[in-house]
Ligand binder design. Sequence first.
Ligand code: ADP
Ligand code: MG
Length: 348
Amino acid sequence: MAKTSSCQYIPTDTQKLGVAAIHGENITSIFKGKKDVIAVENVSFDIDQKKITAIIGESGSGKSTLLKLIYGLLEPHSGEVRYKGWLVPTRKDKLIPGHDAMKMVSQGFDDLNLYAKVWDNVASQLPNTNLEYKKTRTEETLKKLRIDHLAQQRVADLSGGERQRVAIARALINDPEVLLMDEPFNQVDAAFRDGLQHDIKQIVLETGLTVILVSHDPAEVLAMADALIVMRNGKIVDAGNPKDLYYNPKHPYTALLLAKSNIINATQASILQIESTKQVAIHQEWIDVEEQPNAPFIIKEIKFRGFYSEYVVGNDKINLHAIVKTKTPIPIGTGVNILIQDSISFSQ
Ligand code: ADP
Ligand code: MG
């Protein structure tokens, strides 16, 4: 029997064919309590293998719950999750929670032994039945995560970024097919994030690993993920490849999340000569301002952001945030015309 099937745990299950590697259908997850919380509400999704998929959304939107449902740590109240067509077993099906072909790196390094050496944290995941293999495989895994030089250090003495690499090495040493990560870059200094993201991408290319990660900061995953799942209030509001979602979001929330877009209503849009019956999104980089005395709008605020400035421009009915790259700023209070290069009109 293939190790990826779950029929060894759920004898009544039959394989569903013609669905994506990870397939969720009408999943609802409720936390029962004084007041029930519907953390995930009737979501369906498809996740391809050998790709990086990011689940993004604001805090409390249900991302971590969805990740746990995929791994089998939580039992959905209704609906089902399948891996390679087989139901993902949960606590009621097997003693040790978590799908055998998957590994999860949780938030906050709970699994790491802070006072043990890096080597031991990683090597301890392998049995002692073949010591030669254990040694070479541990070496190889530490090298892949670029932490071989830290092998003899205690995890407690490492930086957040290095600890994250140890946690990933530990998860990958047994060659899982799917790696699940909850907010993996949270504890990693901004300067080291690019490096870690690059290395994860490289591992996916080299080994065909499937990665699913959760993030509340979409900017950091736009460059990394092959596919995004956008969550809001327990629902999936958008899904697709990052570029499509950036330029053609279905939902204003996605435009706000991915592009910090200006979301305006139809009345405000008409001030800018944009016709629409619903909300409109204008990304900050789609707005140009042009100095002109007696113009209908003024510069209200300027935020220095380094290589660009963020201007707040508008009148008493509308405020827009615009990215401006000129070196000599237009002073606050100056009259300006607003030139809109592009905009998105929503149908909902
Ligand atoms: P996210 O990861 O997007 O921040 P979560 O999946 O952690 O969101 O949580 C979604 C919702 O479910 C939130 O309202 C949260 O408070 C609630 N929740 C999460 N875990 C529990 C739990 N163990 N008990 C009760 N409510 C929970
Ligand atoms: Mg979370």
